[in-house]
Design a protein around this ligand. Structure first.
Ligand code: SAH
Length: 218
């Protein structure tokens, strides 16, 4: 049987078609488009799924989790770049794809995943691809990654029902938190800016993410 690589489903040309589609869907930031044309999305999933890597859909990874849809990754990355962060914390490493895209665009990415097996697989990918500015650890995202705080920006790729307080503490003043908020019926992407007078909250588009869960799985 030919592998997905052998039949060209994972080539640069396939990736470029994904980029064109993202542009047609309203993604404008050239830095985001360039980063997503460089990162080999098909290497962030099992080989059996790789032939579908550049479709505009979320795809299953291990442990009942998902690699986010390209449009969602692109849109969230656009919002991240508007804030010009240097040091970013991600909650929900999953496949590592969103972290890898961010790693192309900001100085440092720290990413926390609650399922240890996913952390290990993602870490191997970062090393193999030479993404040296992306670090990951197993932990409960509700606790963030305190040793490395404060962050310019925190992005969550799993949806809590309420904003995790501890994460707000790990943001710098003028820092931004970008997260999907809601339950499995209805979620919106929310942008929260920490000011020295309090928090500003802005609701962006409707999204769908897996739930933000407590505790670590080893
Ligand atoms: N950013 C990922 C999306 C993965 S899906 C990607 O690009 O592939 C969301 C991930 O969040 C899942 O792997 C899930 O295990 C993880 N997650 C959910 N709740 C969490 C928590 N409290 N702390 C850390 N990770 C969490």
């Amino acid at each position: 049987m030919k592998s997905a690589v052998g039949i060209g489903m994972t080539s640069q040309r396939t990736r470029n078609r994904m980029i064109e589609r993202l542009q047609n869907q309203g993604i404008k930031d050239q830095r985001v488009l360039a980063a997503m044309s460089r990162v080999p999305r098909h290497l962030f999933m099992d080989e059996a799924m790789a032939h579908r890597a550049y479709e505009d859909t979320a795809l299953p990874i291990k442990h009942g989790q998902y690699i986010s849809q390209p449009w969602v990754v692109a849109r969230m990355t656009e919002v991240v770049l508007e804030c010009e962060p240097k040091k970013v914390l991600e909650i929900g490493t999953g496949s590592g794809y969103q972290a890898a895209v961010l790693g192309q665009l900001v100085e440092q990415v720290f990413s926390v995943e609650r399922i240890d097996d996913l952390t290990r697989i993602a870490r191997r990918r970062f090393i193999k691809l030479g993404y040296m500015n992306v670090r990951t650890k197993t932990g409960d995202g509700f606790q963030g990654w305190n040793n490395e705080a404060p962050y310019d920006l925190i992005i969550a790729t799993a949806a809590p029902e309420n904003v995790p307080e501890e994460l707000l503490k790990q943001l710098k003043v003028d820092g931004v938190m970008l997260l999907p908020l809601g339950d499995n019926q209805s979620q919106s992407l929310v942008k929260i800016t920490k000011t020295n007078k309090g928090y500003l909250e802005e609701k962006l588009e409707a999204v769908f993410f897996v739930p933000f869960l407590q505790g670590v799985v080893r």
